[in-house]
Design a binder for this molecule. Structure first.
Ligand code: ASP
Ligand code: MG
Length: 454
């Protein structure tokens, strides 16, 4: 039986008419049954700017942004020679955008709810244009399949956390069964939007910036897809950031566990949460470039053939090390509980942690430091010492915590670089440590050379 494939195309793959046609060609060749698209590149940012401008500046300035967004999409529509029905739809969506912006302007209030409604226009507009590109490519190949547009909000039910809504898995499964049961017949290519959803009450939500990958994974789960494809502008996941290390090369395959560590610890290719629905349903994920569909790309799967000790490396900049010490911790219990409770109350996430008898060190993203109240609360129970401008370097692979001599090899390679903190042991797949930010790139380059370029 043919495989059920869900393909997601990011903003750059939607950049203009040529990009859309190229992406549609990829979807055709892959025999995708469902295509999930992002807004055209830059449009989500423009819509955010529109919300903010409408709230704070003159209507004229907001109008200029509306015109910019309108013209950009009109140009694509004309180049694609879209049908009059889709042209009308485009104009209606621009009209909706304009009305929403006007409302924000009159109220001088751009709530997260209003912002979500505004931002949803990016994906809704791009998908209207893409369904046209898809139909043209299918016709060109004399395919019997039809392209069909779907308002993803009919199936992607979320809670009411506007700006970062949580998808409601069970409801989504039910809605997919109701609206997309025809998908396995393979007669249709459904084109729909990433990033957006709808609450039970019919309000539009978004899943958080970059959320289209996540949408695609949720939909792949919802329709029980055999494969999820993420098409972007780079040919797969690289062994490390190629801007940092020109010798970086695409990874052929990586396990879900390694990929989750890689994404969490700094690699930009996949939204960390993206993988969850795919992991849950054991759906293999392919990451490739819509600009170079022939390139091999990367498979992310539960089981992989090769298990190299170090497969990839990541770096996470702007890290802060917070060290909490108190003699009261000596032989006492509950200290970690108190600390974690404070971080939890402030909704701050901790990345790495080490402890000694009377102190605990944790790493955080530096933006959280702006939270003076957090530091004040921590100071109530311990002496707090904060160090900034650090980078967290991670080596991702297999059997890391059971390989004798690995630590020695790693630290011999960077023996002249001070390592401020080490985290090893919790995962077979990750070894990470902190160095000063100016030494981060060098540490990655040397370790990449030693462990990956062999
Ligand atoms: N268009 C949204 C954004 O730019 C979602 C996405 O592209 O994944 O954040
Ligand atoms: Mg994007």
């Amino acid at each position: 039986m043919a495989k059920l494939i869900v393909s997601k195309f990011g903003g750059t793959s939607m950049g203009d008419a040529a990009c859309m046609l190229r992406s549609a060609e990829v979807a055709y060749r892959q025999s995708s049954s469902m295509v999930v698209v992002s807004a055209t590149s830059g449009t989500t940012n423009d819509l955010i700017a529109l919300g903010q401008t409408a709230e704070r500046q003159s209507w004229g300035e907001a109008e200029a942004l509306i015109t910019k967004i309108h013209q950009k999409h009109l140009k694509i529509a004309k180049e694609l020679k879209v049908s009059s029905a889709n042209m009308q739809m485009l104009e209606q969506l621009i009209e909706e955008m304009s009305s929403l912006a006007k409302g924000v302007h009159l109220l001088k209030d751009c709530s997260v709810k209003a912002m979500d409604a505004l931002m949803s226009l990016g994906e809704r507009i791009s998908s209207i244009l893409f369904v046209e590109a898809m139909a043209q490519v299918l016709a060109r190949h004399q395919s019997a399949k039809k392209a069909q547009w779907l308002d993803v909000r009919d199936v992607l039910r979320t809670d009411e956390t506007f700006g970062k809504a949580k998808p409601l898995t069970n409801e989504i499964l039910g809605l997919c069964q109701k609206h997309l049961a025809f998908l396995p017949e393979m007669k249709t290519v459904v084109v729909t939007q990433g990033y957006i959803g709808r609450t039970e009450d019919g309000m539009t939500t978004t899943l958080g910036r970059g959320g289209s990958d996540y949408s695609a994974a949720i939909l792949a789960e919802g329709v029980s897809a055999d494969v999820l494809e993420i098409w972007t502008d780079v040919a797969g996941i690289a062994t490390t950031d190629p801007r940092l290390c020109p010798q970086a090369r695409p990874i052929n395959e990586i396990s879900f566990k390694e990929a989750s560590e890689l994404a969490t610890f700094g690699a930009k290719v996949l939204h960390p949460a993206t993988l969850l629905p795919a992991i849950r349903k054991n759906i293999p994920v392919f990451v490739g470039s819509s600009f170079d569909a022939e390139a091999k790309g990367t498979w992310v799967r539960k089981d992989v053939d090769e298990h190299p000790l170090i497969r990839a490396m990541a770096i996470r900049k702007k890290q802060v090390l917070v060290t909490l010490s108190t003699p009261e911790m000596l032989h006492a219990h509950g200290f970690l509980f108190q600390i974690f409770k404070i971080f939890n109350d402030h909704k701050v996430s901790i990345d790495a942690i080490t402890t000694s008898e009377i102190s605990v060190s944790v790493t955080l993203d530096d933006s959280t430091l702006l939270n003076k109240k957090l530091i004040a609360d921590l100071s109530e129970i311990a002496d707090v010492h904060v160090e900034e401008n650090l980078s967290l370097v991670s080596l991702i692979g297999n059997n890391i915590n059971h390989t004798a001599g690995l630590g020695k090899e790693i630290f011999d390679t960077i023996s002249d670089i001070n390592v401020r903190m080490i985290c090893l042991g919790a995962s077979k797949h990750n070894f990470c440590f902190l160095v000063s930010e100016d030494k981060g790139p060098e540490a990655v380059q040397r370790l990449h050379k030693k462990f990956v370029e062999v």
